[in-house]
Design a protein around this ligand. Structure first.
Ligand code: NDP
Ligand code: 2IT
Length: 448
């Protein structure tokens, strides 16, 4: 593609400087591949070395997290925060607690976050953090001791105008509560340093629902471009955590039928549809009892596909909402063959490059993660605004703002794709629209 002679050396430098960090390389490659036409039109970005700067995190923090389990045994985990880019506002992005967490995973997520946050049009830079801690099978007290130890180091690097973490995989309301409590104790101040807080201590209505709701709103805009809506559409959803749960809720509200959910052990297939009553069972199973999705199949007498993902199930629309690289090139084949014509990414980077290539070649509606799942961080931005105002907006007001933001994110991607000669390619549109905002802010702020 034109302009690749400008981006290839940058990709090579990223590979060399971050050896073995394959997820980070993958995320950088996807963005760089979209930017050829932008660099041709804007030589000032090339001269100011915007790309070379944007792929290098502004600050990288790595620390030891020692903690004791209920039996008194000592464990050591590794904690991270990548403060990627602050051109548009304080660093903003979630924390992930999962045994697979590495610098590569968090750098890919931090890099994506920069452009995603730009698309929300709210004043937020990008960052990401977390630890290779596995909350599964741990008691509440063990999770609390881990969170307190994690914050005992992280507190000095974050703040309501500096860096504002939130949740991600393995970090939900319980973990945010423990970390916020420890921050407050160490700093002796009650501020909006986290988003995703409890509703009675500074949280915002709709933050819990925001990523799933936002992803469905984004997909609704994609369908509108073909004169369609969700009424009667058969949808598959992967994962069964926060994003998946509220994707199902909103799809049900809009008249679709969701036939799958999954976790890292397998998939449930419910051809009758996961109605609101069954969804209530999932919320209790996953958020309170912290059980496995297999129990849904046992409860409702439906099929359990052990060790499998949902992509072999016939559907109109697919919502990958679990984790990165969960739709391989091989998975994309049956998905497309069975007639799926909309993929909206609730998770971050769930489709491999081989899968995306097929989606684009087949001209299906493809909503890339940094646009489709921007509703979560957008509502975090709204939580920050409310904290600054020391006011809280109603549920209806926050949901309306979220909806408007998702319509605007879709429009920005759609328009940029058209402007740069790839109509309908929302992946390219998202990369370009997000990049241009950050690049212009970086130009304006001089060589920093
Ligand atoms: P949760 O921890 O609530 O749920 C994660 C779900 O994904 C679980 O069902 C989990 O299954 C499954 N999962 C996690 N890791 C793997 C894996 N390696 N293989 C297979 N399944 C896996 O996380 P969220 O719902 O918050 O996050 C899901 C995705 O959405 C992530 O990609 C996240 O980055 C992204 N996202 C989240 C936002 C938010 O606001 N929370 C905002 C934007 C994006 P199991 O229980 O077996 O681990
Ligand atoms: O990937 C994401 O956008 C998130 N996990 C949400 C980040 C946030 O700060 O709300």
């Amino acid at each position: 593609m034109a302009g690749n002679n400008l981006t290839q050396p940058i990709y090579e430098q990223v590979s060399k400087r971050n050896p073995g960090e394959v997820e980070f390389h993958q995320a950088v490659m996807e963005v760089l591949d979209s930017l050829g036409p932008v660099l041709q039109k804007h030589p000032e970005y090339v001269d100011a070395k915007i790309l070379e700067r944007i792929v290098e995190p502004e600050r990288q923090i790595i620390f030891r997290v020692p903690w004791q389990d209920d039996k008194g045994n000592i464990h050591i985990n590794r904690g991270f925060r990548f403060e990627f880019n602050s051109a548009l506002g304080p660093y903003k992005g979630g924390l992930r607690f999962h045994p697979t967490v590495t610098a590569s995973i968090l750098k890919f997520l931090g890099f994506e976050q920069v452009f995603k946050n730009a698309l929300t049009t709210l004043p937020m830079g990008g960052g990401k953090g977390g630890a290779d801690f596995d909350p599964k099978g741990k008691s509440d007290n063990e999770v609390m001791r881990f969170c307190q130890s994690f914050m005992t180091e992280l507190f000095r690097h974050v703040g309501p105008s500096t860096d504002i973490p939130a949740g991600d995989i393995g970090v939900g309301g319980r973990e945010i509560g423990f970390m916020f409590g420890q921050y407050k104790r160490l700093c002796n101040e009650f501020t909006g340093v986290f988003t995703g807080k409890g509703l009675n201590w500074g949280g915002s209505f709709i933050r819990t629902e925001a990523t799933g709701y936002g992803c469905v709103y984004f997909a609704e805009e994609m369908l509108k471009t073909r004169g369609e809506n969700f009424e009667g559409k058969v949808c598959t959803v992967s994962g069964s955590g926060n994003v998946s749960q509220y994707t199902v809720e909103k799809l049900n509200q809009l008249g679709a039928k969701v036939v799958s959910l999954s976790d890292s052990n397998g998939t449930i297939y419910d051809p009758g549809g996961i109605n609101d009553e069954k969804l209530a069972f999932v919320l209790d199973l996953k958020n309170v009892r912290r059980g496995r999705i297999r129990e849904y199949a046992e409860q409702f007498g439906v099929e359990y596909l052990k060790g499998r993902r949902p992509w072999g199930i016939k559907c109109d629309c697919a919502f990958p909402s679990a984790t990165q690289n969960e739709i391989s090139g091989q998975d994309a084949k049956p998905l497309l063959k069975n007639g799926c014509y909309l993929v909206a990414e609730g998770a971050n980077m769930p489709s491999t490059p081989e899968a995306i290539e097929q989606f684009i070649a087949n001209k299906i509606l493809f909503g890339p993660a940094k646009a489709a799942n921007a509703g979560g961080v957008a509502t975090s931005g709204l939580e920050m605004s409310q904290n600054s105002l020391r006011l809280s907006w109603t549920r209806e007001e926050v949901e309306e703002r979220l909806h408007n933001i998702m319509v605007s994110v879709h429009k920005q991607c759609y328009d940029a794709a058209e402007e740069y000669g790839q109509p309908g390619n929302l992946m390219m549109g998202a990369n370009i629209a997000g990049f241009v905002k950050v690049a212009d802010a970086m130009l304006g702020q001089g060589l920093v």
